[in-house]
Every structure is written in structure tokens, then in C-alpha cells.
Ligand binder design. Structure first.
Ligand SMILES: *[C@@H]1O[C@H](CO)[C@@H](O)[C@H](O)[C@H]1NC(C)=O
Ligand SMILES: *[C@@H]1O[C@H](CO)[C@@H](O)[C@H](O)[C@H]1NC(C)=O
Ligand SMILES: *[C@@H]1O[C@H](CO)[C@@H](O)[C@H](O)[C@H]1NC(C)=O
Ligand SMILES: *[C@@H]1O[C@H](CO)[C@@H](O)[C@H](O)[C@H]1NC(C)=O
Length: 391
């Protein structure tokens, strides 16, 4: 397995052509606005269960001071100015360096400062200050603390929350209401019972087969099937599959043999190996059978999550096609005036299979790093109510 060698680099973003057009915080990812320093500076960061470092872009970082770099890597969202924070302290000059699966990365210094996440005020958290970055925003890495990018171990933000008595257990729940939701999606130490339907079901987190250590949110997928409105079912797995729940990854990545079966069933055109890395599919399928879902079953009697086709077939290509930024392959096999992209692609990193936002949007997920379990239920996308209980 390649997971251990990937370390904190575990996550992939969407296709590279995203960089050409207005990249946007609403483009399907978990974001949270936190306050860093004293007085607090409001900074929107990407919430990432696949990595374990918190980092912010420095005000004077290369990306944020160069339009040339921004043309290449995307804009600069929010920055941190360490000179105006009275609680800032340098921790490890030059010690911060992180790289993600998609090739983006950041480097600079580690510092400590206070950070407010929702209602939790965490003191003196070690964070990266990116002086160089190819990412438009900082990260709130909330994976296992054993997985920090630093060669010198330190307590992750979740471990600090526990140590400082802010939570009773290293656990949190994540919920992405819809594509526009940017806040209120993460609850440390709590569960909002209004945000899912049915009951939460629990599965164990799997240790890495090579080391026996638990480093990522790996769980066992026992079945993945297309279920149509008339009840007919097509199974795509022939054996259990270890998959990683990764909020930092936009799409879902499955073994090529499995992905190809799904493409065939949806008459999709796999161009993921090309530069633009798109799997094309007919937009008409978003509405053809509104009851059709991809059904993910975990463990033997674990949670089952249904992802409707409209949530995995994304109508996000038309602006690129119209502007000439994306040239469609010939012989797509369906009308070229209604082309969508499929939010599911073949894995490119050997044994690493990721369930990203195109799966996670349909699930309410409780990550429990104390008991090494994940609990899931079908997300209740329409909920406006709230009922928070402590884990
Ligand atoms: C995101 O896009 C919306 C609509 O196009 C725009 O109003 C908003 O300013 C954008 N946000 C950022 C951070 O670019
Ligand atoms: C702010 O951060 C930069 C980069 O880490 C560092 O060189 C500088 O000393 C810091 N400023 C203060 C006041 O500590
Ligand atoms: C696995 O965990 C043990 C005990 O925590 C640790 O000593 C060892 O370095 C870890 N192995 C790897 C490859 O991270
Ligand atoms: C609830 O959300 C689902 C999925 O987005 C949608 O199909 C349905 O129309 C919504 N129902 C209501 C009452 O808003």
C-alpha cells in the first residue's frame, strides 16, 4: 500500500482546468472560517480530513504578492499578518513544508498562535505560515496527529483541543449542506441529529496494512451498486475495497476496473488520462431517472449511503466549452450540447482509493479518532433545524 509513503499528502483536487476560470470557494469543498491570532484575523480555510497540519498564507507570501503566480495557480484568498498578533510566536523557522497528491503545496515557517474554530478558542496551536504556496487558501488539517508533515512531531489542533479540555474526546462531525454552504459544517465533540436521516452506523477505521498503524480514515467498502428507480441493481465490486474518506479531495477515485464498470453503465467517456482530466457524461442522466442512486455499503451491516446521479454528475463544464478552454473529444457517444462531468474517476495512486466530496456531500460523517471509528448516516440536505448532542 502506498498510504504511508504519501503521509500528509493525501488529497486530490479537481481537474487542473479549474485554475483557468474563476476558482471559487463554493466549488464543492468543505471550508470553515476561523480566527487566527489576537486580535483574531478572519481566515477561510479548507477543512481536510486527509491531512493533519493547520496552515495559513502569509500576507507577504509569494502567491499573494504576485499576479503572475496567481494567473498560474489561482487567486489568494485570505492571509495572516503575524506582525499584528500579540499571541504569535515563531516555532520552527523553515520547518514547514507540505505537498498534496494533486501536486500543490506550501512551505515556510511553523509558528504558534491562538485559533478560534466555531465556539472553541484553542491556545498556542502550532501552524504553518506559508511563505511559498501553490494553493489559494490555507488548510485546517484535522486528520490523525501522527500524520503531521513536520519531521519533528507536535500536537495537532484536535489533540490540542483535547489537551486543553475543550472537547472530551477526539471526535468531530462533518456535514456539507450543499454546494454553497461554507460555514457551520464542522462540529468538534458533537453531533447534530437534525442533519441526517435514519440512524448513525459505525465501522472501524482500518490500520495501514504495511505498518499496522492507523494514519488515515480508511474504511471497508463492501458493496457499490447502481440502483434504479424500478429497483434493478448493478453491483460494481467483486470484493471488499479499502477506501479513504477525504474531505480535502473534490472527486471520488476508485480502482480503474471498478471505475470502468461505472463508466460503461452510465455511457460515460473516460478522458481522465488527458491533460484536462475529465470523465464526460450526458447531463440528461441527471434527471432521466431521478430515483437512480449509487449505493455505497460499508462493512457487513454498516452504513449505506446513497448518492443520487444529480449529485455525482456535475453540470460544470459549459462555461469552459463555450470559452474554448476545453476541447471535447470526438465520438463522445452522446450529444455535445449537453455535456457534464462525472465526479468519479479511476485512482491514479495504486492502492489509494478516495471518497471525496462527491461522496461526502451525501453523508453525515462522525470521525472518532479516540475509538478509531467512523459513523455515517444519509445527510439531510434540507434541514434547517439544529439539535446538537455531545459525543
Ligand atoms: C465566488 O463566486 C461568486 C459568484 O460568482 C462571487 O460572487 C464571489 O465573490 C466569489 N468568491 C470568491 C472568494 O472569489
Ligand atoms: C513574521 O513571519 C515572518 C515569516 O515567518 C518572520 O520572518 C518574521 O520574523 C515574523 N515577524 C515577527 C514580528 O515575528
Ligand atoms: C507505527 O506506530 C509505532 C508506535 O506508535 C511507531 O513507533 C512507528 O514509527 C509507526 N510506524 C510508522 C511507519 O509510522
Ligand atoms: C430536499 O432535498 C432533495 C435533495 O436535494 C431534493 O430533491 C428535494 O426536492 C428537497 N425537498 C424539499 C422539500 O426541499
Amino acid at each position: 500500500a502506498k498510504v504511508p509513503s504519501l503521509g500528509s499528502r493525501l488529497h486530490q483536487r479537481a481537474a487542473p482546468f479549474d485554475e483557468d476560470l474563476a476558482n471559487n470557494v463554493t466549488t464543492g469543498a468543505y471550508f470553515a472560517t476561523v480566527e487566527v491570532g489576537s486580535p483574531g484575523q478572519s481566515i477561510t480555510v479548507h477543512v481536510d480530513t486527509g491531512s493533519s497540519d493547520v496552515w495559513v498564507l502569509a500576507k507577504n507570501s509569494d502567491l499573494c504578492t504576485s499576479t503572475r503566480l496567481q494567473d498560474r495557480y489561482g487567486y489568494c484568498l485570505d492571509t495572516f499578518d503575524n506582525t499584528t498578533s500579540s499571541s504569535y510566536a515563531m516555532a520552527d523557522p523553515g520547518g514547514f513544508e507540505i505537498e498534496y497528491l494533486d501536486g500543490s503545496g506550501a512551505s515556510g515557517d511553523y509558528f504558534t498562535d491562538d485559533i478560534n474554530v466555531g465556539t472553541l478558542n484553542v491556545k498556542a496551536v502550532q501552524m504553518g505560515l506559508a511563505l511559498r504556496s501553490t494553493s489559494s487558501w490555507g488548510m485546517l488539517g484535522i486528520g490523525y496527529g501522527s500524520n503531521v508533515a513536520s519531521s519533528t512531531p507536535y500536537l495537532s489542533i484536535v489533540e490540542q483541543m483535547l489537551k486543553q479540555g475543550l472537547i472530551g474526546i477526539k471526535a468531530y462531525s462533518l456535514f456539507l449542506n450543499d454546494l454553497e454552504a461554507s460555514t457551520g459544517t464542522i462540529l468538534f465533540g458533537g453531533i447534530d441529529t437534525e442533519k441526517y436521516t435514519g440512524t448513525l452506523k459505525t465501522v472501524p477505521i482500518l490500520p495501514d496494512p504495511a505498518t499496522g498503524n492507523i494514519t488515515h480514515f480508511s474504511v471497508s467498502l463492501s458493496s457499490l451498486a447502481s440502483v434504479k428507480g424500478d429497483g434493478s441493481k448493478t453491483e460494481f465490486l467483486t470484493e471488499q475495497l479499502s477506501v479513504i474518506l477525504d474531505s480535502g479531495t473534490t472527486l471520488t477515485y476508485l480502482p480503474p476496473t471498478v471505475a470502468r464498470k461505472i463508466f460503461t453503465s452510465l455511457n460515460a467517456y473516460d478522458d481522465s488520462a488527458a491533460r484536462d482530466s475529465v470523465v464526460y457524461v450526458d447531463c440528461a442522466l441527471r434527471t432521466a431517472d431521478p430515483a437512480q442512486v449509487l449505493r455505497y455499503q460499508f462493512g457487513a451491516n454498516g452504513p449505506a449511503i446513497e448518492v443520487s446521479l444529480a449529485d455525482i454528475i456535475m453540470d460544470d463544464l459549459k462555461p469552459y466549452i463555450q470559452s474554448g478552454g476545453l476541447e471535447l473529444p470526438k465520438n463522445l457517444g452522446f450529444p455535445t450540447d449537453n455535456v457534464c462531468s462525472l465526479g468519479l474517476q479511476p485512482s491514479t495512486e495504486g492502492d489509494v482509493h478516495l471518497l471525496g466530496d462527491t461522496f461526502l456531500r451525501s453523508a453525515y460523517v462522525v470521525y472518532d479518532l479516540t475509538h478509531n471509528t467512523v459513523s455515517m448516516a444519509q445527510s439531510n440536505m434540507n434541514s434547517t433545524k439544529e439539535n446538537i448532542i455531545e459525543i
